[in-house]
Design a protein around this ligand. Sequence first.
Ligand code: UDP
Length: 239
Amino acid sequence: TQSQPAYKRILLKLSGEALMGDDQFGINRDTIVRMVEEVAEVTRLGVEVAVVIGGGNIFRGVAGGSVGMDRATADYMGMLATVMNALALADAMNKAGLTARVMSAIAIDQVVEPYVRPKALQYLEEGKVVVFAAGTGNPFFTTDTAAALRGAEIGAQVVLKATKVDGVYTADPKKDPSATRYASLSFDEAMSQNLGIMDATAFALCRDQKLPIKVFSIFKHGALKRVVMGEDEGTLVHA
Ligand code: UDP
């Protein structure tokens, strides 16, 4: 173990489901507060944190509520859902003593400021947490792709993909007790073994940009900090 963080700037991708806790949908306040505490710990290490938040807990363009709807319209609803999550997350961050700024890929200027790259970079340099809302701003994409895109744009050293499972396993650990966690693997290995790390667009962008992805559990206490400290936690997908 080292005493200095392994990364100076990280892009953390939180799915909408991560905000639900044990609820069936929506935003669970206790869950958010716990998650924010994990984020606060790494900012205290001096690490610059940007977050891309999903929207699946409120609305998913391609499933459920959108059956029969025009796909692009449903996707815009999904992006608006991420704005609500971003507001809730930033609110909890500010209450926890962090300074958070929400930036939206879709103009809704009365609610949140628009995404402007130099502004985002400035906030990060100032130690503020930037929460990117509304995904990429385009239908037919996902917030995973937004994470890859924003991660590349802000020069993050890693995209941290927060999941319920603490990494990528050789098989489903719930079904196969002999399944083991990969500590690391290459983009090519992940592809050839069909390991669904992120959707194809997001994965391709990270791979092209040689932007490593770390899959880890946001619900495991201290895991985010261990990831940032370069300890053996989660799974690293690298070039
Ligand atoms: N979405 C979109 N473009 C984007 C990001 C998101 O159209 O760039 C829509 C899409 O409908 C998606 C929904 O927003 O289903 C919620 O995002 P996502 O499914 O990525 O959220 P998560 O699964 O991370 O909660």
